[in-house]
Design a protein around this ligand. Sequence first.
Ligand SMILES: Nc1ncnc2c1ncn2[C@@H]1O[C@H](COP(=O)(O)OP(=O)(O)O)[C@@H](O)[C@H]1O
Ligand SMILES: [Mg+2]
Length: 214
Amino acid sequence: MSLLRVDNISHAFEYTLFEDVNFILNAKESMAILGVSGSGKSTLLHICSTLLKPNSGAVSLFDKNIYTHSDDETLKLRRYDVGIIFQAHYLFKGFLAHENIELASFLSEKAIEPRMLERLGIAEFMHYKVGDLSGGQQQRISIARVLAKKPKIIFADEPTGNLDDKTAQEVMNVLFEYIEQENAALLLVTHNTQLAKQCTYHRYLHVDGLKEEA
Ligand SMILES: Nc1ncnc2c1ncn2[C@@H]1O[C@H](COP(=O)(O)OP(=O)(O)O)[C@@H](O)[C@H]1O
Ligand SMILES: [Mg+2]
């Protein structure tokens, strides 16, 4: 079983963003998507993660076509199996850090691992109000919140964009370890070629599909 399979998808808004995008992600694999601003990387991530139906082509998660699913099946996928880390994090700023994480854990009925909070370097901030933490700390809380539900596949849109190099590497190490241990997969959008090269695959998004070169 592949975790994610993308067959010949294309999408346009005012103009064609991309055509003929194909790839497969198996357990323990990661893929980085690079490309210029506006090339459609975030759009591709939305399409792969149940949020946007492509103009043409098929997307399968766990061997099931997600855009022929019932709404109910899609909601279940989002709640239990798909983890999405956005560029802008949607935390509840007036709540404590641990309350934000516990909410995700409660919704998906999975326990939080204290070790994961240690690895993300946020264990000591659990009793802080999210609004009082720095941007980088908030981003790590948002990553903990996603991992707390134990997704089988993680979609991350520039998750380390507002972190310094050392913290960015530590956060990526947590994500790489997570997919290894949980037999999960990671689809990552990033501008950081150093981090991209640590993935199983790294590809550049062009109008005519994914390429190995910029
Ligand atoms: N919902 C939308 N409606 C119309 N145009 C959109 C929408 N989402 C993105 N776009 C446009 O599609 C292009 C690609 O956007 P995006 O996928 O965010 O690119 P990237 O993440 O590579 O910077 C941009 O020109 C953007 O304005
Ligand atoms: Mg983007």
